[in-house]
Design a protein around this ligand. Structure first.
Ligand SMILES: NC(=O)c1ccc[n+]([C@@H]2O[C@H](COP(=O)([O-])OP(=O)(O)OC[C@H]3O[C@@H](n4cnc5c(N)ncnc54)[C@H](OP(=O)(O)O)[C@@H]3O)[C@@H](O)[C@H]2O)c1
Length: 338
């Protein structure tokens, strides 16, 4: 029997901060699964700040066409299956976007093993700390940041899923960890995770001076989720041979090409022999399974914590996305669809 479903599409390209009218919720009737196909009912879908780039133009993947479903990861339950790899009731993860149901031939869909996802590790973590955000933290910090014991690691947007995971892994490596976030509640949360110090950038005033105050010896690794003026202030606090990991540029995502703030303090790269490198997490695809196993073990042993910021109902997906750019979320922003 055909299934009545919902999906969010891009209604128009945002200029500046995204607005609700840039998105449209549509009713869609899906046919029964065809040969080798499965029908998945979404339990959770993710809401990702990095999606902002593709709403306006090409990013590391092509621009999302107007009228297309907004991309995201999801966790769901197989409700019908004509594919021998999947049984009704299997809990799976895949990339189907802001949808209430998805039809798939099974390619790119993974079954979540209850042997891994139990206890502290909830299935929704498959699209959070064990999904793209957590993997970005893992590879960005360990492969590009190369933290050594006693290093000082400074992290922007530290209370988001990427930043909070970076900080905890850096602590496990014996580093001093400093998190920058946009509210006292977020800074308190980071302290609770074991961060050594925090900076509430809305109250800090001169960020260069505040960073110097909190990191008087300088910064070995700056994990940058924000870009812009915060990055410029961090550059001036880097130690010799410091590493800057460019994970995200959330303060720049809503700026047009002529409005980008960019960096000015490039001379410091010469005087302090700095290195700055960006990553696209998908380049590490071959290492995902091992990284997930390592992080799952840390979660089960209580060494790595994660927080989810969950809203109920697919009707709220667009508002949840818009709210990311107002700092609303504490932890991984998810929509509980069913
Ligand atoms: N390179 C990759 O492969 C890859 C993969 C995944 C994600 N990423 C990037 O990693 C970064 C973190 O992702 P996430 O999922 O953990 O999201 P996130 O950090 O939770 O992003 C949302 C947060 O960004 C902060 N923010 C928003 N606008 C800001 C502004 N103008 N200035 C400073 N902070 C601002 C807000 O926190 P405050 O309240 O603290 O301001 C907000 O809560 C994102 O930039 C994302 O695009 C990169």
């Amino acid at each position: 029997m055909p299934t009545n479903t919902k999906r969010w599409v891009l209604a128009s390209r945002p200029e500046g901060k995204p607005k609700l009218e840039n998105f449209r919720l549509e009713d869609v009737t899906l046919p029964d699964p065809g040969e080798h196909e499965i029908l998945i009912r979404t339990e959770f879908h993710s809401v990702d700040p990095g999606m902002r780039g593709r709403l306006s133009g090409d990013s590391y993947t092509a621009a999302l066409p107007v009228g297309e479903t907004i991309d995201s990861a999801m966790v769901g339950i197989v409700e019908a299956s004509n594919n021998e790899k999947f049984r009704i009731g299997d809990r799976v993860t895949g990339g189907f976007g802001w949808v209430s149901h998805a039809l798939s031939n099974g390619r790119g869909v993974q079954i979540l093993s209850p042997e891994i996802y139990h206890g502290r590790l909830r299935p929704s973590a498959a699209i959070g700390v064990l999904g793209i955000p957590g993997l970005t933290s893992y590879f960005g910090l360990l492969d590009l940041g190369k933290p050594k014991e006693s290093d000082t690691v400074l992290i922007s947007s530290a209370a988001g899923p990427v930043g909070a995971t970076v900080g905890q892994i850096a602590r496990m490596k014996g580093c001093k960890v400093v998190g920058i976030a946009g509210s006292k509640a977020k800074c308190d949360y980071l302290r609770g995770l074991g961060f050594d110090a925090t900076i509430n950038y809305h109250e800090a005033g001169d960020m260069r001076a505040t960073m110097k105050n909190v990191c008087p010896e300088g910064v070995d690794v700056y994990f940058d989720n924000v870009g812009g003026a915060m990055l410029d202030a961090a550059i001036l606090n880097m130690k010799e041979h410091g590493r800057i990991v460019v994970s995200g540029q959330v303060s720049e995502y809503n700026r047009g090409p002529d409005e980008l703030v960019g960096i000015r303090n490039v001379t410091r790269f010469i005087t302090h022999r700095l290195r700055m490198e960006g990553l696209v997490v998908f380049d590490y695809f071959k290492g995902f399974r091992d990284a997930q196993a390592a992080m799952a073990a840390w979660i089960h042993s209580g060494q790595l914590q994660y927080t989810e910021d969950i809203s109920e109902g697919i009707e709220g997906s667009a508002a949840a996305f818009v709210g990311l750019f107002e700092g609303e979320n504490l932890g991984r922003r998810l929509i509980k669809v069913s």
